[in-house]
Design a protein around this ligand. Structure first.
Ligand code: ADP
Ligand code: ADP
Length: 235
């Protein structure tokens, strides 16, 4: 079954006329549950715009996005905000951890924001941190841990509420090649073993090699699409 339907979307910034810029043009694709899709393309081709529209952060100008059967265009701001915090997980290049919170508190954030009961938060954070190999640093603060550990903390936080779809924008961008490879192994394991659906924007060929499908964007359109020979495999 499809986790994501992107149907003929266009995104124009600015008002129509001389200032208008169309970053995405009539773009469509479907993502099945459990896929690991990489979005590649030159700078300015529209990758971040595409990810932001799917992330419900930016409305499309035309077309429709359906996530897990729900159309984003049918929701108001408040419903979108709830949908985002319940159905989506986010990983960013710069981790976006809160410096004055411990690793535990950072991971727990999506649950505490929803008033989850404390014992349940504790158990879920333990489980996510064990999965990511960071259960030993839960009391530390972001300033006290490595870049790789920060990104693993960010992934644990992105997954702790069991999102239907994990969205990642250049997740290895701030990591050295060793930590980048560890991160991609981790995402790949989560995809294969926990069946997490991952949509990732990347410039990095190494990161792209872990995807089951690659969409190449050029001038706001899908220019080329590559499938790993077997959908269970990576490139
Ligand atoms: P990429 O992520 O592939 O580098 P972006 O989606 O960031 O591409 O940008 C695509 C195009 O849209 C670029 O030309 C960019 O300058 C333009 N753009 C992106 N965001 C905005 C915005 N908020 N207002 C106007 N133009 C924008
Ligand atoms: P990336 O790391 O993907 O290259 P950018 O640096 O292109 O991201 O964009 C960073 C932010 O600035 C994004 O939120 C994007 O929407 C916004 N942005 C990009 N280009 C423009 C533009 N021409 N006008 C206004 N905002 C822009």
């Amino acid at each position: 079954t499809a986790i994501l339907n992107v149907k003929n979307i266009s995104k124009t910034y600015g008002t129509k006329g001389a200032n208008a810029y169309t970053a995405i043009r009539n773009l469509s694709f479907t993502m099945e549950k459990g896929e690991f899709i990489g979005i590649m393309g030159p700078s300015g081709s529209g990758k971040t715009t595409l990810l932001n529209t799917i992330a419900t952060l930016d409305p499309v100008t035309e077309g429709e996005i359906i996530i897990g059967g729900t159309s984003l265009s049918a929701m108001n701001e408040e419903q979108l905000s709830d949908f985002r915090s319940q159905q989506l997980g986010f990983i960013f290049q710069d981790f976006n951890l809160l410096e004055n919170m411990s690793v535990f508190e950072n991971i727990a954030l999506p649950l505490s924001l929803r008033n989850t009961a404390v014992p349940r938060i504790s158990a879920t954070v333990q489980q996510a941190s064990t999965l990511l190999g960071i259960s030993g640093i839960l009391e530390k603060f972001p300033a006290e841990i490595s870049g790789g550990q920060k990104q693993r903390t960010a992934i644990a936080r992105a997954l702790v509420h069991n999102p239907a779809l994990l969205l990642a924008d250049e997740p290895t961008g701030a990591l050295d090649s060793t930590n980048a490879a560890i991160l991609m192994e981790t995402l790949s394991d989560l995809n294969k073993e926990q069946k997490v659906s991952v949509l990732m924007v990347t410039h990095d060929p190494l990161s792209a090699s872990y995807c089951s499908r690659l969409l190449f964007i050029k001038d706001g359109e899908i220019d080329q699409e590559l499938h790993a020979s077997n959908s269970r495999e990576q490139f």
